[in-house]
Design a protein around this ligand. Structure first.
Ligand SMILES: Cc1cc2nc3c(=O)[nH]c(=O)nc-3n(C[C@H](O)[C@H](O)[C@H](O)COP(=O)(O)O)c2cc1C
Length: 336
């Protein structure tokens, strides 16, 4: 059965307007990425994983992940950790910050995370995993979701053991997704290699998942989201690419501060400029530049029409007055 990607669905009382969820990606899912994802058709966006220990200790950089703008909602903030009480406290902070959902990370395979007993390690420790989810669910009123991988080892089926234990969403190898869907009575989101509309439709039709999640395909490429949700496969013009990239640069500089943003943004230049037929030396040149002003100037020189395209984009953005203002030191906002 064909699923309409532009139809809404619900996670308890949170309405998600499309069947496409933008994946949480550490080092990628800044606010500019999430807002852009919403503009191009994602029905739900996620923060990158946020350390519950970092929140507990009031780490400024970690607290900065809790800055939420009105036009990114519905938004899930993902937390990771292995201590039920610390996770519960983090979940309360996430809810207070205005997130619509709290997502618990049971999928991260990175050593820095798994060695603390968090992330994918929790898949191998179902008792602790359930204790974490129970504590988090008790602590907040918003729905709690869980993002998990199939297991740590290739071939593992851990997600099928844990999935039915009251978890709200799951992530699985797609061969397992349908099995997981049949075992739980909560919506399941399928994540992994969703790169095109036919693939998204096939996964939805064959697994019974409520939605698909898109990660790497959306890096520097919001047009992939539009293609998947609306079937609009028009390649963006050079001007559109530059306008979106400059907007992304400006918003990220505001969020992270110029210094952090300069390094953070470098990987995005290559991602964005693989559309619009930009020569390779041009991308390399951008990475070498020392200030974001210079990057902007070089981009506008390569696509002068982008200045006007950017004005249109900026005019359509909300003023930011609705941003949830947290009772936090202003320095975490990078001066924005
Ligand atoms: C750079 C990067 C960072 C990621 N960070 C997270 C994360 O913070 N939390 C999480 O649950 N998954 C994370 N993931 C996994 C993605 O959310 C997604 O499940 C995975 O990339 C598969 O989807 P894709 O094939 O569409 O990229 C990350 C993936 C990448 C590539």
């Amino acid at each position: 059965m064909q699923v309409d990607l532009r139809s809404s669905w619900w996670i308890r009382d949170v309405e998600i307007p499309t069947r496409l969820v933008l994946a949480p990606m550490a080092g990628v899912s800044v606010q500019a990425f999430r807002r852009q994802g919403r503009r191009y058709g994602a029905g739900l966006v996620c923060s990158e994983m946020v350390s519950c220990a970092g929140l507990h200790h009031g780490n400024e950089k970690t607290l900065g992940y809790l800055r939420i703008a009105s036009d990114e909602r519905p938004l899930a903030v993902q937390i990771f950790g292995s201590e039920p009480e610390v996770m519960a406290e983090a979940a309360r902070m996430v809810e207070d910050a205005g997130a619509d959902l709290v997502d618990v990370n049971f999928g991260c395979p990175v050593k820095k995370v798994t060695k603390t007993g968090a992330g994918a390690t929790l898949l191998e420790d179902p008792a602790r995993a359930c204790a974490v989810v129970a504590a988090v669910a008790k602590a907040v009123d918003v729905p709690v979701t869980v993002k998990m991988r199939r297991g740590i080892e290739n071939g593992s089926r851990s997600c099928l053991e844990l999935g039915p234990r009251q978890l709200y969403t799951g992530e699985a190898d797609h061969a397992l997704t349908a099995e997981l869907v049949s075992l739980v009575d909560v919506p399941v989101i399928a994540s992994g290699d969703v790169t095109s509309r036919p693939r998204a439709q096939a996964i939805l039709a064959t697994t019974g998942a409520a939605a698909v999640m898109v990660g790497r395909a959306a890096q520097g490429n919001p047009w992939a989201l539009r293609e998947i949700v609306d079937g609009d496969s028009d390649e963006p013009s050079r001007e559109e690419v530059v306008a979106e990239l400059v907007l992304f640069i400006r918003e990220t500089a505001r969020e992270l501060g110029e210094r952090r943003a300069t390094g953070f943004l470098k990987k995005f230049y290559g991602w964005y400029l693989s559309r619009g037929r930009f020569p390779r030396p041009f991308k390399q040149e951008l990475v070498q530049l020392e200030s974001l002003d210079e990057v902007e100037q070089r981009l506008f020189a390569a696509a002068p029409g982008a200045v006007e395209a950017l004005e249109h984009l900026e005019a359509e953005l909300p003023s930011g007055e609705d941003d949830v203002i947290l009772d936090l030191p202003i320095s975490i906002y990078g001066g924005g």
